[in-house]
Design a binder for this molecule. Structure first.
Ligand SMILES: [Zn+2]
Length: 460
């Protein structure tokens, strides 16, 4: 098995074993490609969202937040084009009735020797990868989840779960611009759940039917689009390099060529990542012109023009839209953090493999572990108050079971940046040992200084 596939399996297994991510509804045999975030996964996700929010919203004076409804008036999706166009080409196996995305089948086939990608697509000549059966004609399959509002299950009560958060920001543009009295340029941001009835989800949390997006619509004058696009590309690089701290060699900046972009977009860049299963999309940024607001103006019959309060100019703003999949960012955080290293054991000259998740400190689900050397009551009497004090500022785990070496390995495996050991000397010298995750260096320091030391470490 190639090493990289192996890495994916290791991540999935660690995620389950340590409570990052469980298969969804596992008690009932699961539900295809649904996943539940456990205690550590929840904490990691919260930390990623908080960092995203701080970087892209809180620290800027040109962004305002919102939180729009998941179920919207279906006319919103008519205006956005999702009802007409948000579909995947689908073929169904006549024998086993499994459905496949036509483009994914072609992708699989393109890996075969002698494949001619210019040749016309003829699915009747292809066979089902599962059973060898023949395919139906290609059909379009809308990816929006449909449901009904109220008790009547008729066409008048059909609604959809949102497939993106953007629409909520466009339909509230006028409200928000008026109440905040913002002048261009400014952005509206939100983080929220989205739903897409994907035909072939997969690769763990890479493609799921229910997922979270962090996204903003940045409203500008048409003349500013090129410079603004560059500004946001720069901010996105800053985000990956300094906040998420990924190896930038693992990112691919894919400029989408003419003819491959949505018809209204003048520039789109997909930010791709080298996953163990291939180079695939991580997130994107698109210049959407004035397409969205114009469509909503047409469909709603409401005036969505912006009037500049100083110059009096009246026009429909253009928009640049950076979109980030939260779950994909979390997958990348797991992949980047995963390390296997040789580390010394308690025995002289012996080493063992340690698995260590080298999360950036500010993303680590547990920041500090307080570990009394043994379960003895006098150690707990010193360790518990320290843990209580640290909990006011940090995510703290208190663990007193098993040997100290095993506990260090357990904390390494979930990426805890600092372990604090309280031993019998601590009772006399009022000092503890602080161990740093990556260097495994141990420092003895006064209990009274631990809080300030950790604050400083997490600021860096
Ligand atoms: Zn089949």
């Amino acid at each position: 098995m190639p090493l990289e596939n192996d890495k994916m399996e290791k991540i999935v297994s660690l995620a389950k074993r340590r409570g990052f991510i469980f298969p969804g509804s596992e008690l009932y045999g699961g539900l295809a490609n649904s996943w539940d975030y456990g205690p550590l996964g929840h904490a990691l996700k919260q930390n990623i969202k908080a960092a995203w929010w701080k970087f892209f919203v809180q620290e800027r004076d040109d962004m305002v937040p919102m939180d729009s409804a998941i179920i919207m008036n279906p006319r919103v999706w008519e205006a956005s084009g999702h009802l007409q166009n948000f579909s995947d080409p689908l073929v169904e196996c006549r024998a086993c009735h499994r459905r496949f995305r036509a483009d994914h089948l072609l992708e699989m086939r393109s890996a075969e020797p002698g494949y001619d990608k210019e040749a016309p697509i003829d699915f009747s000549k292809m066979v089902c990868p599962e059973c060898g059966g023949r395919f139906t004609e290609q059909k379009n399959f809308n990816l929006m989840f449909k449901t009904f509002i109220g008790p009547a299950e008729d066409s008048a009560s059909v609604v959809y779960l949102r497939p993106e958060t953007a629409a909520g920001m466009f339909v509230n543009f006028k409200n928000i611009q008026q109440v905040t009295r913002r002048r261009l340029p400014f952005g509206i941001a939100q983080i929220g759940k989205n739903f897409r009835n994907e035909i072939t989800p997969g690769n763990f949390i890479f493609r799921t039917r229910e997922f979270e997006i962090g996204e903003f619509e940045y409203f500008i004058r048409a003349s500013a689009w090129e410079a603004t696009f560059e500004m946001w590309l720069g901010e996105i690089k800053h985000w990956w390099k300094d906040i998420m701290q990924v190896n930038m060699d693992n990112l691919v900046w894919h400029e989408i060529p003419d003819g491959k972009r949505a018809h209204y977009s003048k520039r789109t860049v997909d930010i791709e990542y080298q996953y163990p299963f291939g180079v695939k999309e991580l997130h994107g940024i698109a210049y959407r012109t004035d397409f969205d607001l114009s469509r909503h103006e047409q469909m709603s019959g409401q005036d969505l023009h912006y009037t500049d309060s100083e110059t009096g100019e009246k026009f429909i703003p253009h928009v640049i839209e950076p979109t980030f999949g939260i779950d994909r960012m979390l997958l990348v955080a797991l992949l980047e953090a995963y390390h296997e290293e040789q580390a010394p054991t308690a025995k002289e000259g012996e080493t063992e493999t340690r698995v260590v998740m080298k999360f950036p400190r500010h993303l680590a689900p547990i920041q500090v572990a307080v570990l009394p050397l043994s379960k003895k009551e006098e150690l707990a009497a010193a360790a518990r108050p320290l843990a209580e004090e640290l909990r006011k500022q940090f995510a703290v785990d208190y663990d007193e079971t098993q040997s100290i070496g095993k506990r260090y390995r357990r904390q390494d495996e979930v990426g805890t940046p600092f372990c604090i050991t309280v031993d019998f000397d601590s009772l006399n010298d009022k000092a503890v040992t602080v161990r740093e995750r990556d260097s495994m260096q141990q420092t003895r320091m006064a209990i009274a200084e631990v809080g300030a030391y950790l604050r400083e470490q997490f600021e860096n």
